[in-house]
Write a protein that binds this ligand. Structure first.
Ligand code: BGC
Length: 748
């Protein structure tokens, strides 16, 4: 299609009608112009293609993002993307609606199961990989929900009140990384408002940040029903209104253009972006070459993905792996009916769900008792008594615990972070038997674990998709060596979470008062105990780190640095280690978290094998977002590179230095504080000399040394010289002018 020529041919009315969806999942068609309609479908962890009256095709449910994030394996994500893309081709779906990359600000967000991480770097890298895979099959993605959609409470109206630095450092980078590294065909804007403006009509968000700053050249669509003012939306860069207004907006768009309230160019751009997407899809499609959707093969792949995601959180006295000969009591409704996906728009009509119970006889001797219902929190005495009786006969007890569907879903948030009380009670009673208890968790977001110190093993399965039961049994019995690592912190209790005092907000606003201190950035900076830290997870083998090296000790931000470390599998079985790199800023140039993840890499190691993890760090690995400059800033000075197994288990550190960054001169007005002038290399010497005759006056008032004088005048604005020392207005102004000239001279 010559899309530009087509747009020129379209009437104003046609263009007004083209910028909204049709029949919930389709774009508009104009056969006489050669424009077909294409379908979009949810996503993100399987294909939820709808047809007819609310019917959904049968497909494969891959593990949800809460689980896949724990694989820390970008190749795995890319492969999963390829399969999703092929499924879309088979079903004639042009765009799959995902990945969903909103940051897990609070463990209570009902949709956390669909989101990747509390860390923007992990969310960005894992999502970029998925996008690359899908789009390699000539199917588009829609990275969502842009932006600051971190709770379900009032999700369609509430305003996320977030300062710009926090947006740029925490809530944007997952989108930014994906846009820059994988060019998603489309971006889905979020429902919520940001600082009072709906994302669907926010020109700063959609045009300035997304398009100008990051170079996005695809299509922006609304979340379903996110459009409030369609005219403002078109002007702001929202191309496609989904599912649309059923024609209601068409006339007002036409009128707005005719009356000069909306530029026709803006409307043309929206239409053009839609047509480009349609063309990208249809022009690469040849139905003859498209293989059918192989449910069985894709389902097997979903189980393989699940095997890479499970996180072993506790393994006291090597209680795991279980041995074939051991008599194991399997307890809990989730063993029979695993919770393998979350509720809402991502819900898949699964082809086949494998429960742990259905495959248990392949692994060893076992008994099974429900113990509790997987659906609700009701203490059922008979069920619990039977479970306790069976446990008394067993060598080891495995409890399949988790959150019932009702506890977390798209559309509403959780009210607390606890498991159903009936489950906690049964686990406590099982511990009293004195037998080793292993808890397997099926949940989309962290739970409090009052029994964590008492049980012998904890296995986090999250919402593991169709093959979760088999994957869990493989891990329990050691057919698979667990290699997942937590992509989020597990706080001890809900009130430890940094958003606790402000979640979910009031007066239709939620204040992101914790700023950049989200997840481990907060817990680690505050040195708080956590149940399980970010990046944590055990293996059945062990690894040794050695030989941390940096390519240079001092470098400019533009040069960056390469870091490598050798990792050896020192156990007796093959395993995988997730090597993590954090950067800690010691320059004191602003308030920052104690460290931030800037690299990760997963190594597969045979027993005795050594491999090298290599990381390339550029300016962004060291920089913070300076709102005053409107840019990323890596101050000159010392940074510590930390390499380790989790945010709390750093194996080696190396000190490096950034040099040559352009320092910011202080802004000179009579309000500038003497301390700012003394701190800046631009003004330090000049200030010391020029103000000496005044500052010396402070000597002798108990401030004997130069250091003491400097400390006293540090927070004194220049203008205060008037009040304390009778310096004239003219002299203060003259000092300001001299300082400005002195700075200008050095900036030349
Ligand atoms: C969700 C989106 C989803 C869309 C279409 C919305 O309610 O927020 O994530 O893609 O519905 O189902």
């Amino acid at each position: 299609m010559d899309v530009e020529a087509i747009v020129k041919k379209m009437t104003l009315e046609e263009k007004a009608s083209a910028v909204e969806g049709k029949l919930f999942w389709f774009t508009q068609e104009y056969p006489e112009l050669g424009i077909p309609s294409v379908q979009v479908s949810d996503g993100p962890h399987g294909l939820r293609k709808m047809y007819g009256q609310g019917l959904t095709i049968t497909s494969v449910c891959f593990p949800a993002a809460c689980a896949t994030a724990c694989s820390f394996d970008t190749e795995l994500m890319e492969n999963m993307g390829h399969t999703l893309g092929r499924e879309c081709q088979a079903e004639d779906v042009a765009v799959i609606l995902g990945p969903a990359v909103n940051i897990k600000r609070s463990p209570l967000c009902g949709r956390n199961f669909e989101y990747v991480s509390e860390d923007p770097y992990v969310a960005g890298k894992m999502s970029a990989a998925l996008i690359r895979g899908v789009q390699a099959e000539n199917v588009g993605t829609s990275i969502k929900h842009f932006a600051a959609n971190n709770q379900e409470f009032e999700r369609m109206y509430g305003s996320s009140e977030v300062d710009e630095r926090t947006l740029r450092e925490i809530y944007f980078p997952a989108f930014e990384i994906a846009v820059k590294e994988a060019q998603p065909w489309t971006v889905m804007c979020s429902y919520n408002r940001i600082n009072g403006t709906y994302s669907s009509e926010n020109p700063w968000l959609l045009n300035d940040v997304l398009r100008k700053d990051w170079g996005f050249d695809g299509l922006v669509m609304s979340d379903w029903g996110a459009v409030s003012d369609r005219i403002a939306g078109i002007a702001a860069g929202l191309d496609l209104d989904m599912p649309g207004s059923q024609g209601v907006n068409n006339e007002s768009i036409v009128k707005a253009v005719q009356e000069g309230r909306l530029s026709e160019e803006a409307l043309d751009t929206a239409v053009l972006n839609i047509l480009k997407m349609v063309d990208k899809y249809v022009s690469h499609r040849s139905a003859a070459e498209i293989p059918a959707f192989d449910l069985a093969a894709d389902s097997a792949q979903a189980a393989d993905v699940a095997r890479e995601c499970i996180v072993l959180l506790k393994n006291e006295d090597k209680v795991l792996p279980l041995a074939k000969e051991e008599k194991v009591a399997l307890i809990g409704g989730f063993a029979e009916k695993p919770r393998y996906q979350g509720g809402g728009s991502s819900h898949i009509e699964s082809f086949k769900v494998v429960s742990a119970l259905s495959v248990a006889q392949r692994y060893g001797a076992f008994s099974f008792n429900r113990g509790f219902s997987e659906k609700e929190d009701i203490y059922e005495k008979d069920l619990q008594q039977e479970a306790l009786a069976a446990a008394a006969e067993a060598d080891k007890i495995v409890v399949f615990a988790g959150l019932p569907d009702l506890f977390e879903s798209e559309g509403y948030d959780r009210e607390h972070m606890q498991l159903p009380a009936c489950q906690n009670r049964l686990i406590a009673d099982l511990v009293k038997t004195g037998k080793p208890v292993i808890v397997v968790l099926h949940n989309g977001s962290p739970v409090e674990m009052p029994w964590a110190d008492d049980v012998a093993g904890i296995v986090e399965a999250y919402l593991g998709g169709d093959g979760v039961g088999e994957a869990v049994m493989d891990v329990l019995y050691g057919r698979v060596n667990p290699s997942g690592r937590l992509a989020e912190s597990f706080p001890m209790k809900l009130s430890d979470n940094p958003s606790y005092l402000n979640f979910p907000g009031t007066g239709h606003k939620v204040n992101y008062a914790e700023g950049v201190f989200v997840g481990y950035r907060y817990y680690d900076t505050k040195q708080m105990p956590v149940r399980f830290p970010f990046g944590y997870g055990l293996s059945y083998t062990d690894f040794r780190y050695a030989n941390l090296r940096v390519s240079r000790d001092s470098f400019t931000a533009a040069e960056g640095v390469t870091v490598s470390v050798d990792v050896t599998n020192i156990g007796d079985r093959a395993g995988k280690e997730v090597v993590q790199l954090y950067v800690s800023d010691k320059t004191g140039s602003t308030i920052r978290p104690v460290h931030e993840l800037k690299g990760f890499c997963k190594l597969a190691l045979e027993p005795g094998e050594t491999k090298t993890a290599t990381f390339t760090l550029d300016k962004r690995a060291f920089a913070w977002y300076d709102v005053e400059q409107g840019d990323w800033y890596a101050a000159n000075g010392t940074y510590v590179i930390e390499v380790g197994r989790s945010s709390r288990q750093i194996e080696y550190t190396a000190e490096v230095h950034i040099i040559g960054s352009k320092e910011k001169p202080p802004v000179i007005t009579p309000d500038v504080q003497v301390g700012e002038l003394l701190k800046s290399p631009f003004t330090r010497e000049f200030t010391q000399e020029r103000l000496k005759k005044y500052t010396d006056v402070f000597k002798g008032l108990g401030n004997e040394t130069d250091e003491m004088v400097e400390a006293v005048v540090r927070f004194m604005p220049l203008r205060a010289l008037r009040s304390f020392l009778g310096v004239s207005n003219e002299e203060v102004d003259a000092i300001c002018e001299e300082l400005k000239a002195h700075i200008a001279e050095q900036m030349k």
